[in-house]
Design a protein. Structure first.
Length: 274
């Protein structure tokens, strides 16, 4: 079993490196604090984890906190503690020497997810539930730019953004509001052409990949990756089928342009075109 998992890792890294060299993406650039700002540091087991939202990141942060001795079990850690507790250090918080020392000696890993599924998961989480950041900041701007005859109420609250409007915003080169980590490219969040990741896990095979990774770093035997859903736990996880239902609301050209938007992520992580 381990042999086949090692083989999968070798293959994923090969595809990633080949894509990078083919597109000469980020080659031979200096690594700056900006490039490592999404990377969390766990010094005890010497792990660097690049956070990709909607690909198991809350549970990964829980695991890092347990490894670090900040909690005895992943079950004890609340959502807000994970995201707003600032218990985990980020790599850009270290000086130049500290950054390079860790990049050269720690096990670097990231977990990714099929780009359209990740996108739909982010949309459902941020726009279909009450949210006092995404509705006023993104929702208002999206509705006022893309909805004809928007009601005063919709313009005031920014609630009720439709998936089609969200995609119009995403594909607009003159976006009314900036990018957000929840729908940015993994290529931009984690700079995989600049940083040579040791381990590439996939959301689709999360349990197997995560527990293999924990085995590789010599984590305590009793620590396994938690499988619980962090937020809106009574709601079905975003699946391929749910993703298809959302993308069915778009025109063929919007679907193609959305694919083009995430083209590098599809290629680099070997996901087939939907």
């Amino acid at each position: 079993k381990w042999r086949s998992l090692y083989q999968i890792q070798r293959e994923r890294k090969r595809v990633m490196r080949e894509t990078c060299s083919k597109y000469k993406s980020n080659n031979r650039r200096i690594i700056t604090p900006y490039h490592v700002s999404r990377i969390f540091v766990e010094d005890k087991y010497r792990v660097l984890y690049c956070e990709v939202p909607k690909a198991g990141c809350s549970n990964w942060k829980r695991v890092l906190m347990v490894l670090n001795g900040l909690a005895s079990s992943t079950k004890d850690i609340q959502h807000n503690t994970v995201h707003y507790g600032n218990y985990l250090k980020r790599l850009d918080g270290f000086d130049h020497k500290g950054i390079y020392h860790r990049l050269n000696t720690y096990t670097k890993m990231l977990f990714i997810r099929e780009p359209f599924e990740k996108l739909v998961s982010a949309f459902r989480d941020k726009f279909e539930h009450p949210n006092n950041y995404y509705h006023p900041v993104f929702g208002k701007a999206i509705i006022s730019r893309y909805r004809v005859n928007a009601t005063k109420e919709a313009l005031r609250t920014g609630s009720g953004v439709k998936f089609k409007e969200f995609i119009q915003y995403l594909l607009d080169v003159h976006r009314p509001v900036g990018m957000d980590i929840h729908w940015d490219h993994v290529n931009r969040l984690c700079s995989p052409c600049l940083i040579d990741y040791d381990f590439v896990g996939k959301f689709e095979s999360m349990e197997e990949d995560a527990n293999f990774f924990l085995h590789l770093i010599g984590a305590p035997q009793n620590l396994t990756f938690p499988t619980f859903k962090d937020r809106h736990s009574n709601e079905e996880r975003t699946t391929t089928k749910i993703t298809q239902q959302y993308f069915a609301q778009l025109s063929p050209s919007q679907r193609q342009r959305s694919y083009d938007f995430y083209y590098m992520d599809y290629l680099m992580f070997n996901y087939s075109k939907p």
